[in-house]
Design a protein around this ligand. Structure first.
Ligand SMILES: Cc1cc2nc3c(=O)[nH]c(=O)nc-3n(C[C@H](O)[C@H](O)[C@H](O)COP(=O)(O)OP(=O)(O)OC[C@H]3O[C@@H](n4cnc5c(N)ncnc54)[C@H](O)[C@@H]3O)c2cc1C
Length: 308
């Protein structure tokens, strides 16, 4: 005789903390926002999905928090894909251009072929102009003094006004919107609906909350992480903070050096680093080496003295 399986009746999974902020925008930058439009799942769905795939016999590690932390730590990613979230964002086009590189989301963007471009461009206060970093060609480091900043902000205002004026003039003259827009600045705001699962969202946040991501997109990522995901799936968020955001990766060679440093063998570590190609001099000055620089940063964070 065939086994008769019984199924419990299921209730929809809702998260009160997220329901409370549904549709409410979190302000980002001067005129941007992120708000939750809809969602599916929660911490509970991650556990539910994992239990289906583990079947019976996993009772000991199946305490919800322990299980979620185990899954995240060991990169068992599919249960996190059972949770999805749909966000409505308003963001300057230059930051959006970085955002849209994340291919694992579903997107609908405001069309400036169909509609008039949003009449708002991101502005920069006189005390917020960042200087080009010297150690990282992609980054910024330090701020300009406000006197110079005032001039930059004034130039920015002029540029925004002029480009908008020309755009409006073209539209009035009957130029197609798809062509009239071509000289609008990248600071012009756009809007999009963006739907993504929790696994890929955490990947996005790991890359875009990181200190080397551009400040503007980092502000969006921080808002999504700390204001939204933290409310939506607090246990997964806590595990993500622990095992991804606040953790560090070490290469095999880096571990070899750390082991030498921990055993007081600084000279040996230095000589190994030289053999590895990390240490060379030009005019008595230590030449820049990216891998060494990244290692030094990790050592500084750990307050471990570097032997060169
Ligand atoms: C600090 C920083 C600097 C950057 N600088 C540059 C730059 O100078 N120039 C530039 O062009 N980009 C740059 N990028 C963008 C970067 O190269 C990635 O395109 C972006 O971060 C998206 O990452 P992803 O592909 O992992 O994410 P997603 O597109 O969300 O993909 C998530 C994961 O899915 C898998 N995946 C998705 N699509 C495919 C596929 N077609 N084939 C195989 N696997 C797939 C991969 O495992 C991927 O990691 C930068 C990103 C950061 C964070």
């Amino acid at each position: 005789m065939e086994d008769e399986k019984t199924f419990e009746k299921l209730e929809p999974i809702r998260v009160k903390a997220l329901d409370d902020i549904l549709g409410i925008p979190f302000k980002v930058l001067d005129d941007g926002f992120v708000r939750v439009v809809d969602y599916l799942g929660s911490d509970e769905s991650i556990v539910q999905a994992a239990r289906v795939s583990y079947g019976k016999g996993t009772k000991q590690i199946s305490q919800d928090r322990g299980l979620i932390r185990y899954l995240l730590r060991h990169r068992h990613t599919t249960p996190f894909e059972m949770c999805e979230i749909k966000l409505h964002i308003r963001i300057p086009m230059d930051a959006w251009r970085q955002w849209i590189r994340h291919r694992t989301a579903n997107v609908n963007e405001y069309s400036t072929r169909y509609s008039l471009a949003i009449e708002s461009a991101q502005t920069t206060n006189s005390d917020q102009w960042r200087m080009q970093a010297t150690d990282n060609k992609q980054g910024s480091s330090g701020l300009f003094d406000t006197e110079l900043g005032k001039e930059m902000t004034e130039d920015e205002r002029f540029l925004h006004e002029k480009s908008r004026e020309i755009y409006n003039k073209r539209v009035e003259q009957g130029v197609a919107r798809e062509q009239a827009r071509k000289d609008l600045p990248l600071s012009t705001y756009t809007e999009a609906y963006w739907k993504i699962d929790l696994h890929n969202l955490l990947h996005f946040l790991e890359l875009r909350m990181e200190g080397n991501a551009q400040l503007e997109i980092r502000e969006y990522a921080n808002t999504i992480g700390r204001e939204i995901v933290k409310r939506w799936a607090p246990i997964a968020w806590e595990a993500f903070e622990e095992y991804a955001l606040n953790s560090k990766e070490f290469s095999g060679f880096e571990l070899e050096l750390i082991s030498l440093l921990a055993n007081g063998k600084g000279d040996e570590a230095k000589s190994k680093a030289a053999d590895y190609g990390w240490i060379s001099y030009k005019d008595d000055k230590l030449k820049f080496n990216m891998e060494r620089w990244e290692f030094e940063n990790k050592m500084n964070d750990l307050e471990i003295q570097i032997p060169w």
